[in-house]
Write a protein that binds this ligand. Structure first.
Ligand SMILES: [Zn+2]
Length: 161
């Protein structure tokens, strides 16, 4: 493998419910772990919903702003300069509840076991169900569908309007 470097600002923006998601691991061909850099405007989520990873752990390092991470207990507030470890099997959903932009790095490993178990209620059938994602508009948009009833539950990305 060659040494590879990229300017993170030049990495294409991946579809996400936050202003920016830079998939640095994909851009550089990283195989062992995920490395994403997020810019989250006030009111936005990262990633898109309440989930856990059965066999994958994550670390969120907040560079700027204040990240609110929902858990089964009280939310965990992660301020700039702090890092939060999310072990496997620990449900979470993060969002920017503040007035200022949040920038963070999310590292996850092992990359090969990053499958997520969604734990959200479907607005259509009312059940707590999984989600199936599909890319549209040349990959600029992600649409999510309930795995039980098939209803579209969410969409985000550059052409999602
Ligand atoms: Zn449903």
């Amino acid at each position: 493998m060659p040494y590879r470097k990229r300017r993170v600002d030049d990495v294409p923006n991946a579809p996400a419910p936050s202003a920016e998601k830079k998939e640095v691991d994909e851009a550089l061909g990283v195989e062992a772990f995920g490395f994403n850099v997020y810019t989250v405007e006030p009111g936005e989520r990262v990633p898109w919903g309440y989930h856990h990873h059965p066999r994958h752990e994550e670390l969120f390092y907040v560079l700027e702003g204040v990240l609110t991470v929902d858990t089964p207990d009280d939310p965990v507030i992660v301020e700039a300069g702090e890092a939060l470890h999310v072990p496997p099997e620990h449900p979470n959903r993060a969002h920017n509840a503040g007035e200022a932009v949040v920038r963070l790095i999310a590292v996850g490993a092992p990359k090969a076991t990053d499958e997520a178990v969604i734990e959200e209620r479907c607005p259509s059938c009312g059940e707590q169900t999984g989600r199936r994602g599909e890319r549209a508009n040349d990959g600029d948009t992600v649409r999510l569908h309930c795995t039980a009833c098939g209803a579209e539950t969410d969409r985000f990305g550059r052409n999602s309007g």
